[in-house]
Design a protein around this ligand. Structure first.
Ligand SMILES: Cc1cc2nc3c(=O)[nH]c(=O)nc-3n(C[C@H](O)[C@H](O)[C@H](O)COP(=O)(O)O)c2cc1C
Length: 244
């Protein structure tokens, strides 16, 4: 079964087929569930990140705090495995430490997504890209369509490509039909910051520091990003998860 948004409601249709490499989504066959305007529902926000040395992980923890400062919103912190030099090789299903690895089902079922990666040559890191490249079934089904999303990153240098990484992280999310959430200049921290924090998403400049220490502004902006995604998820019509 496929669940997708139509206008302000989620409809259930039959199985999706692929012809000539294009998804063919059949018309709705179940009665659509109307959404009461103005009614807010619980929001489950997936905070999904990759971090090698802990800086992006620290941003993720602040995003979680922001999400959880919104009544009715809960955060689910998840990471992704390393990519092996032999890509067919697998890792243990549960990491030795830190949050569990995300599943595609968790991505499908979330009401909003905040995605974080260290910058690697001005782009997101391979483990996160690898996870996203595996989401074509969700794309075919429109599973993430009209869900809010935000992005965050960490670089070692101030001008080492934060914006390019954040923007490139948005591309697959746009293909999935997600509503992208940034940070506004009405936030004092964004005007004041002398390190990370951009209108495109939260960020941190780690330098050579091995023990990640966010500045106050970086921390506040990471929390604000979590809050904004959670707030929007609460306000948008009930997500795909709701009609089972
Ligand atoms: C392969 C590789 C490429 C990197 N590319 C960049 C880069 O383009 N710009 C930059 O400022 N830092 C770059 N870095 C540094 C990391 O982005 C930076 O140390 C980041 O804070 C690490 O985040 P983490 O602690 O979450 O792993 C790179 C690091 C690696 C290993």
């Amino acid at each position: 079964m496929i669940r997708r948004r139509e206008g302000c409601r989620t409809v259930t249709t039959g199985p999706c087929t692929v012809k000539d490499g294009r998804p063919r989504i059949p018309p709705p066959r179940a009665c659509p569930q109307p959404t009461t305007p103005g009614l807010m529902h619980m929001a489950d926000i997936l905070v999904l990140y990759y971090s090698r040395h802990g800086a992006t992980a620290e941003l993720a923890r602040q995003v979680v705090r922001g999400v959880e400062s919104i009544a009715g919103a809960t955060a689910r912190l998840r990471t992704v495995p390393e990519v092996s030099p032999v890509s067919a090789a697998t890792q243990d299903a549960i990491p030795d430490q830190g949050p569990p690895y995300a599943t595609h089902e968790e991505l499908r079922d979330c009401d909003g997504l905040v995605l974080g990666s260290p910058t690697r040559f001005g782009n997101m890191a391979a483990p996160l890209k690898y996870f996203l490249d595996g989401t074509s079934a969700l794309w075919l089904n429109g599973a993430l369509d009209r869900k809010p999303a935000g992005v965050f990153t960490s670089t070692s240098t101030m001008h080492g490509g934060q914006e390019s990484t954040l923007l490139s992280m948005m591309l697959p999310l746009l293909h999935h039909g997600m509503y992208l959430v940034g940070l506004p200049y009405t936030a004092e921290a964004l005007v004041r910051t002398r390190s990370g924090g951009t209108p495109y998403g939260a960020s941190h400049v780690s330098g050579r520091d091995k023990a990640p220490q966010l500045s106050e502004d970086e921390r506040d902006l990471a929390r604000l990003l979590g809050r904004r995604v959670a707030e929007l998820a609460r306000r948008l019509p009930e997500g795909a998860r709701a009609d089972g």
